[in-house]
Design a protein around this ligand. Structure first.
Ligand code: ATP
Ligand code: MG
Length: 256
């Protein structure tokens, strides 16, 4: 059996009286796309914060490729190949789309993030940026200032910047939130095409069930910090507890 890329055991995070993540155990298979769903406050983002090192768990362990990463600082975890999206916080609006990707690549390659030092004259980085922009169908926007492109395109730039760190495990937190149906469709197509390259394992949190059932190999359902269900989309769809706790309103949609 292949070794899981990620092994989470009894992971718990408490904030005072609130248990945001409660005794979650999970093995993630290399190259799979695992969707994490659950109502607001279920603990999805906190789970990511623990995996990426932004928060230290109260209890439990996280192994990435067999190595214990529990409590390591974010930059070390990111270096090892776990990368998450940051909801536009990292985008420089004054720079072009291409320059933004070059900044991320330059940072990854360990050079200074100072603009004067980076990119423009560095051929390999330019080429890598072009490859990434192409993968994300952003080539046409390469020379545009990031501040003026659409919200959906910005989020794609953000994904390009995540991929610039050459992650094996990519954590996407509600990548289609606030997007138009067209933009949402681009993201699902993108995740599917990136997954098909065999280069990435994806964890993706989503409220849009259409997206979830389009991209997921498996689904983890969280409820009040706990694992309510884990299985194939079909299994989760049929799970009575899931229907009752969470999918109730979406039942007709699921049945179709
Ligand atoms: N830094 C924090 N301090 C205190 N409580 C927190 C903190 N972060 C999250 N929580 C609480 O932990 C619980 C889980 O929140 P979390 O953001 O992980 O949920 P979520 O599943 O991502 O929700 P959403 O779907 O709304 O994004 C909530 O009750 C939230 O209020
Ligand atoms: Mg969240």
């Amino acid at each position: 059996m292949t070794q899981p890329i990620l092994q989470v055991s009894h992971l718990t995070k408490r904030f005072g009286g609130v248990t945001a993540v409660s005794d979650v155990s999970l093995d993630v298979t290399p190259k799979e796309t695992l969707a994490i769903i659950g109502p607001n406050g279920a603990g999805k983002t906190t789970f990511y914060n623990l995996l990426s090192g932004r928060m230290i768990p109260t209890e439990g362990t996280i192994l990435f490729e067999g190595q214990d990463i529990t409590g390591l600082p974010p930059h070390r975890i990111s270096r090892m190949g776990v990368s998450r999206s940051f909801q536009l916080n990292n985008i420089f609006n004054e720079m072009t789309v291409r320059e933004n990707v070059e900044v991320a690549l330059t940072a990854y390659h360990g050079q200074s993030r100072r603009w004067s030092n980076i990119a423009s004259r560095n051929r390999p980085i330019q080429q890598e940026a072009d490859t990434l922009l192409e993968r994300l169908s952003l080539t046409d926007l390469a020379q545009r200032r990031a501040g003026v492109i659409s919200y959906g395109d910005k989020r794609l730039v953000e994904i390009a910047m995540v991929l610039a760190t050459r992650p094996q495990l990519v954590l996407l937190d509600e990548p289609t939130a606030g997007m138009t149906p067209d933009e949402t469709h681009r993201v699902t197509a993108l995740v599917n095409s990136l997954a098909a390259t065999g280069d990435y394992t994806f964890l993706i949190t989503e409220h849009d069930m259409g997206v979830v059932f389009d991209v997921a190999d498996r689904i983890l359902v969280m409820h009040r910090g706990q694992t309510l269900a884990l299985g194939s989309p079909q299994e989760v769809k049929m799970n009575p507890e899931v229907r009752q706790a969470y999918l109730g309103n979406a039942e007709e949609e699921l049945a179709s």
